[in-house]
Design a protein around this ligand. Sequence first.
Ligand code: C2E
Ligand code: CA
Ligand code: CA
Ligand code: CA
Length: 279
Amino acid sequence: AKARARGSFLFFHAEFSERLLLRLEREQALRAAIARDEFVLHYQPRVDAMTGELRSMEALVRWQHPQRGVVPPLEFIETAERTGMIVALGELVIMKACAQIAAWQAQDLRLVPVSINVSPRQFSEKSLGPMFAEQIALHRIDASLVEVEVTESGIMADTDEIAANLALLEQLGIRLLVDDFGTGYASLSQLQRLRLDGLKVDRSFTTALARGREGEVFYRAIVSMAHALGMSVVAEGVETAAELQVLQKLGCDEIQGYLVSRPVPADEVAALMERRYLF
Ligand code: C2E
Ligand code: CA
Ligand code: CA
Ligand code: CA
């Protein structure tokens, strides 16, 4: 029995090391990818729920891996967060998004804001607000063309860094949206104190609309409270015309999802801006 226990311990140990090794390999690969800048941004439209008019483009990062091809963020954002590499990666994203806005501006397109995802870890860095200020100035773009999306957990903690970033973003005139709303613990009154412009309701609530009246309860409450507090409501992950119809009925302001468009590479954005009404 003793030998068996020892054996299983060794087995466990080997498996553990293997996992650890895999993790270290992953981290190293990501670190190299950031150093080489193997990232590109794709863009997904957000539109007016009633008219389909384009309102914003959400920048979504992709890793252009030399062997593996396009790697989606779900496979590396968590590693980036855990190791702190998200700060460097996030800076790349902010730089790319601002450079892209400037490029579109030079093309004389009917511009809409670009919405940039910022992770909680980034929002706790003193450098975040100044980074936005610097990039906006460098590319000579209007701050109203930049929006920031952050999850509830990224802004709820009461720290000096978060407060300073919130204040600077507001001072610059950058709109702030709560991402994945409904999955965290923020109360609407807390969010209002933070002067947020809009709530992006998590896709799981949109999916729940298929369950009929019971699935509509959450949206009903959010829309009425958000509007009373001067915030707009965006539905994430809208995939069907039936979902859109319910969201229109409930007074949701804007929608985003595969029904309108999947995220597209930057060179397909001009056509969407020209079309302007996406349904
Ligand atoms: P998110 O910010 O909630 O972004 C929405 C995700 O849902 C995107 O996945 C988008 O492609 C996907 N999506 C949009 N519409 C639909 C739909 O109708 N159905 C379904 N099933 N999915 C839809 P993506 O691009 O894979 O990004 C995943 C997450 O990775 C993002 O979730 C965000 O949390 C994170 N992320 C992406 N880019 C960045 C970034 O530049 N910085 C940071 N910190 N996080 C990022
Ligand atoms: Ca987002
Ligand atoms: Ca989201
Ligand atoms: Ca998310």
